[in-house]
Ligand binder design. Sequence first.
Ligand SMILES: C[S@@+](CC[C@H](N)C(=O)[O-])C[C@H]1O[C@@H](n2cnc3c(N)ncnc32)[C@H](O)[C@@H]1O
Length: 376
Amino acid sequence: MMVPAVQKKLIDIVSSVVKGTKNMIDPMMGSATTLVASMENGLNCYGQDINPLAVLISKVRTGPFLVEGAKQQAMHLMKRIESDKNDKIEKEFKGINKWFKPVTQQELSKIVRGIREEENLNVRRFFWVVLAETVRVSSNDRTSTFKLHIRPEDEIDRRVFSAIDVFALHLDKTLEDYEAHTVLLANSGQLVQESYRAEVHIRIEDSKASIYCPTKEPFYDLLVTSPPYGDNKTTVTYGQYSYLPLQWIDLNDIDAKATEDFLRTTLEIDSRSLGGKLTEIDSEKVDELCKQSPSFLRTRKAIEKVNDSLVKKVDAFLLDLNQTIANIFEVMKPNSYQIWTVGNRRVGGIEIPNAAIITELIEKNRESWCQQWNGK
Ligand SMILES: C[S@@+](CC[C@H](N)C(=O)[O-])C[C@H]1O[C@@H](n2cnc3c(N)ncnc32)[C@H](O)[C@@H]1O
């Protein structure tokens, strides 16, 4: 999760200085840090992400904020879990026995059954978030990286813990965080009863396919986002990180679009993310990209010299990102603002100057957007 100190300041400045700033979007919102910063300014907030776990966390972080309800129901939930004598395993998926000990599967199943009995969807979502972290640390995954790596067998045997105790601990901690987060928004005058006073909409959406827009005309005054800095498979594997938690969560509680297809393999979410499909590279579009961004052309040539096969990775990612930028311009109002947080990375020892490349791509997209707009 990003610590949005600089972004928050920029959002504060744009919101207060640019009159009429109302609607913001983050098309790669992760866990909604930019949305929360924008909520403190009372903006209408729209967020989307390809990863169902990001969408679940974002929905919880943007309300409704049922702190008292969650606290009360947490006590009932723990009672249900502790008195559950059923040993049935609630989930079935490939690799369940590799990633979870039998006793952990039983305990996680008791938690799942307990959560399912909670009537309020928003409280259930809060509990699923707590379960997500519980699953991650209770699995046989090494957890030291975002990638899934099995622990050595002797280490798995030596680890003795109760997933229910882990859940109870996380439940207390997450309730505290939830309350502090809610107090912050309430103190900035943004809550009416237990809900955000303006609009907030969170969706599962592939931003290289489309950016949600509630009107036919351009709608957004402000974009605040931080894209991945390369394809997920070789940078941060957000999808692999989410794979085991999502297996234990009832996906229909997240969103109607959160289907089992996302969990076809451990790599599915990462391959749907920007740069995830190396087989779909259109060489004409790569040539076009080289014309749009001199920094990209230079970097591509340098990588080609070192290792020709690595070029595909950079091509796939930047083509997808450029498509996303084009989609973004479709929904931004004239004179709107965009705040991008980007990071450079290395491929084959060569630095990819993402900051320079993305700046050039945005500038080119802005130019063609201006031409189109003036023509209307
Ligand atoms: C650097 S993270 C954003 C982190 C976020 N600012 C936060 O603080 O939590 C990039 C996000 O882009 C998302 N993403 C990658 N490809 C995407 C796509 N095609 N459509 C929408 N989101 C995508 C990833 O799932 C990830 O959550």
